[in-house]
Write a protein that binds this ligand. Structure first.
Ligand code: FES
Length: 339
C-alpha cells in the first residue's frame, strides 16, 4: 500500500454538527461498555461526509476523543482505509476502478480521460469541481469499466460516455446513474445471452431416477467440457429446483390454430379435455409446435400449467409430440402412449 499522509493544510478545529453529534452519540450505545472504539469507522465516515468528503486531523482527533482512543489508533484507521480522504477533494470526487476486470474492459482509457481533463491523481481542478483517485475493485465488475463519483456508481463506460458524463456534471446537467448503456443490473450486454446458451443454464433438474442432471454451469473446466446441446440432453421428468423459469424461455405461441384446425392434443398421453383447453388458451395447438420445444421451453410451459403443473415433464410431451407429428396414431381406443 502506498504511504498515506495527512495534508499540510489543516483547519484549526472540527466539531460535529448538532445532527451529526446526536447521530454519533447514538452510535456509541450500539456497542458494549468499553467497546466504543468499534464505532471508529462510522464516526470517521460521518466526519468526512460533513467536511466536504475529506478528513482533517482535528476531525480524527475529535473522533478519538469521543471513543476514548489514543489519537494514533484513530489515525491508523484513517490512513489505512483508502475510503478516507486525507486531503481536500473536488466537489465531484471520482474513484476509478483499475482492477483487472475493469482494466481488461478499458479502464486505462478512462484513466487517460481523467489525466487529460483533470490532471494527476488527487489534484483538484482550480474551480474545485473535480479530483480523482485510482482505487481497487468497487464490486461492480460485471458492468466494467466503472467509476464511483461521490456516492454513486457509473458503469459500462467508454471514453466517449465518460467524457460526456464529466461534461454534464461540469455544466450542472442531470446525469444518469448506473449503467451508461441502459443495461439493467448485470444482464447480458446487448440483451442477449453470450454464455451458457446451451442446455438448461443454472436450473438444477433431475431425471427419472432423481439423480441430478449434468450441471453444465458447475463443471470445473470450461475447456474440458463438451458443449451440451438439447439433442444430447437426457429426457427430464422432474424438477428439483423451484426456481422460476424466466420468460425468455417461453416457446413460440400462436393466437389461433393454423388453418383453423388444431391437432387433437388429447392424443398426448396424460392430456385430457381440460388440459387441452388450457393449452389452447396458452397458444399451443399443434404437435409440431411442442415437438420443436427445447427442454427449457418445456419447463416454462410446465410451470404455467397451474393445477396440472408437472405433467409436461412427467409425461415427456416433447418426445410424444415428435412421434405424433409424424402421423403416428394409437392403435386401440384407449390410446397407446406414443413413447
Ligand atoms: S474490477 Fe472494477 S469493479 Fe471490480
Amino acid at each position: 500500500m502506498s504511504v498515506r499522509r495527512l495534508t499540510d493544510q489543516q483547519p484549526n478545529s472540527f466539531e460535529f454538527s448538532p445532527e451529526n453529534l446526536d447521530w454519533a452519540t447514538k452510535q456509541l450505545t450500539k456497542y458494549p461498555a468499553g467497546r466504543q472504539a468499534s464505532a471508529v469507522i462510522p464516526l470517521l465516515w460521518r466526519a468526512q461526509e460533513q467536511h466536504d468528503y475529506w478528513l482533517p486531523k482535528p476531525a480524527i482527533e475529535k473522533v478519538a476523543d469521543m471513543l476514548g482512543m489514543p489519537y494514533i489508533r484513530a489515525l491508523e484507521v484513517a490512513t489505512f482505509y483508502t475510503m478516507f480522504n486525507l486531503a481536500p477533494v473536488g466537489k465531484y470526487f471520482i474513484q476509478m476502478c483499475g482492477t483487472t476486470p475493469c482494466m481488461l474492459r478499458g479502464s486505462n482509457d478512462l484513466k487517460a480521460v481523467l489525466e487529460q481533463r483533470i490532471g494527476d491523481q488527487q489534484h483538484v481542478t482550480p474551480d474545485g469541481k473535480f479530483s480523482w483517485l485510482e482505487v481497487e475493485c468497487l464490486g461492480a465488475c460485471c458492468n466494467a469499466p466503472m467509476v464511483q463519483i461521490n456516492n454513486d456508481y457509473y458503469e459500462d463506460l467508454t471514453p466517449v460516455s465518460f467524457s460526456k458524463l464529466l461534461d454534464d456534471l461540469d455544466a450542472g446537467r442531470p446525469v444518469i446513474k448506473g449503467s451508461q448503456t441502459g443495461r439493467k443490473t448485470s444482464e447480458p450486454e446487448f440483451g442477449k445471452l453470450t454464455a451458457l446458451t446451451s442446455f438448461y443454464p443454472n436450473v438444477p433438474l433431475s431425471n427419472d431416477n432423481g439423480a441430478a442432471a449434468p450441471a453444465v454451469a458447475q463443471t470445473a473446466s470450461n475447456t474440458d467440457r463438451p458443449e451440451m446441446h438439447v439433442a444430447d440432453a437426457p429426457v427430464l421428468t422432474k424438477r428439483v429446483s423451484e426456481e422460476p423459469i424466466s420468460d425468455m424461455h417461453k416457446p413460440e405461441l400462436l393466437c389461433t390454430a393454423r388453418s383453423g384446425a388444431a391437432d387433437d392434443l388429447k392424443l398426448i398421453w396424460g392430456v385430457g379435455p381440460k388440459l387441452e383447453i388450457m393449452l389452447h388458451e396458452m397458444g399451443i395447438f399443434h404437435f409440431d409446435q411442442i415437438a420443436a420445444w427445447t427442454q427449457m421451453n418445456l419447463l416454462w410451459v410446465d410451470q404455467n400449467l397451474k393445477s396440472f403443473k408437472g405433467r409436461a415433464l412427467r409425461d415427456g410431451w416433447i418426445e410424444q409430440s415428435k412421434k405424433l407429428a409424424t402421423g403416428w396414431r394409437p392403435s386401440n381406443s384407449d390410446g397407446d402412449k406414443p413413447v
